[in-house]
Design a binder for this molecule. Structure first.
Ligand SMILES: [Zn+2]
Length: 375
């Protein structure tokens, strides 16, 4: 069959990312901002520059740049959102109101501020999302204990780099659109519309997201490849039109061949390659990935947490995901996916990845997990 495959494009040119701005401010004592700058931000900026060509420019605190047609991205921090002064909140809100702007906050907390880690988790899960919503920003969750000996809990360089990519170019792969897949895409969208509606309803009812319902990804195996939710799809307000068809993943060239109106999920490389390697080609598989703090950070399922942080969106990450599944399920994996409540694990500091065969299984899985957390 003749396939019209367009030449790989550099997606970055088409997104219109403008300069990144960075501010180191408030409200810490001497040296903390400099420390976060040198040990976390500077390495993160170097990484996004060398891997993705993204440059970061500094912005003075209080300054609002003139808006242009591109997407401005602002990274602020280190900041403790719970201690901000009103004038600083006003400034952050102004940045968030720049047309199309994305604002990320590198959170940092003095260790011991919350008494124990449980208090910290509760404050972080209730107060910070409220702060984010009010100001229209996204705070990067302070997960790492790397900086603890300096008396602060903050984010890692990897988190910062990932958030920069996620909020701007979004995907780390090179997308190649293949329009000859159009009729297959439309047929499979029609075929799976009911399942997609069922997943949507579960995500909405159970509130399976952390920052926003655009988190996460859904992949459904079809004869031509996979139906994959598109980047930035609101999972509580989606239908099959929000899915693209991925026919091929090429790790060597870092390419994802797809058809659809929008790019398939940024998680496509690792999830699709892992699914392909884990499950026989005739096994129908649905993969659902979501962010849910009570599971990811609640400490209820230590045996399900991956031993390492696995970077999202890269082909290299498929292998550790496969190994983690095999370590837990071994030869019983296909049976678990076919007959039980599906196979799953917790991507450390990230979220849940679940594979099964039907949405009914996923529903049972979510209920079972909820029960276990409640007990
Ligand atoms: Zn994710």
């Amino acid at each position: 069959m003749y396939k019209e495959i367009r030449k790989p494009i550099d997606y970055r040119e088409h997104v219109g990312v403008s300069s990144f701005t960075y501010n180191s401010a408030i409200p810490y004592g001497e040296g903390v901002s400099e420390l976060v700058d040198s040990t976390i931000l500077t390495p993160a900026f170097a990484e996004v520059k060398s891997r993705y060509g993204i440059s970061v420019n500094r912005l003075n605190w209080g300054e609002v740049p003139a808006s242009d047609e591109k997407t401005p991205y602002f990274l602020l921090g280190p900041i403790n959102p719970l201690l901000l002064k009103d004038e600083d909140k006003d400034y952050i809100e102004k940045l968030a109101q720049v047309p199309n702007a994305k604002v990320n906050i590198v959170t940092a907390f003095p260790y011991g501020m919350f008494g124990d880690t449980r208090d910290y988790r509760q404050r972080a899960e209730s107060d910070i999302p409220k702060f984010d919503q009010k100001l229209g920003v996204n705070s990067i969750f302070a997960d790492t204990t790397d900086a603890l000996y300096h008396g602060i809990r903050t984010v890692s360089a990897r988190d910062v780099a990932d958030n920069i990519v996620c909020e701007t170019i979004r995907v780390k792969y090179n997308p190649i659109r293949d329009k000859s897949l159009r009729s297959a895409l439309e047929y499979q969208q029609f075929n799976h519309s009911q399942e997609i509606e069922q997943v949507r309803a579960i995500i909405e009812q159970r509130r399976l997201w952390h920052r926003a319902p655009t988190d996460g990804a859904i992949v459904i195996k079809v004869p031509e490849g996979y139906l994959v939710s598109q980047t930035h799809t609101d999972k509580t307000n989606m239908d099959s039109a929000n899915f693209s068809l991925v026919s091929q993943t090429k790790s060597v060239d870092n390419e994802v061949v797809y058809e659809g109106d929008k790019l398939p999920s940024s998680d496509s490389p690792e999830f699709l390659v892992a699914a392909n390697c884990l499950f026989g080609s005739d096994l129908p598989v649905i993969g659902i990935h979501y962010h849910y703090n009570p599971i990811t950070r609640g400490g209820h399922f230590p045996e399900m947490v991956t031993s390492q942080v696995i970077e999202y969106g890269r082909f290299e990450s498929a292998e550790p995901i496969q190994q983690e599944f095999m370590r837990r399920y071994g030869q019983g994996l296909e049976e678990t996916v076919l007959e039980r409540n599906g196979a799953w694990l917790i991507l450390r500091e990230h979220g849940v990845i679940w594979f099964g065969q039907s949405v009914e299984q996923f529903d049972r899985f979510v209920l079972k997990i909820e029960e276990e957390i409640a007990n």
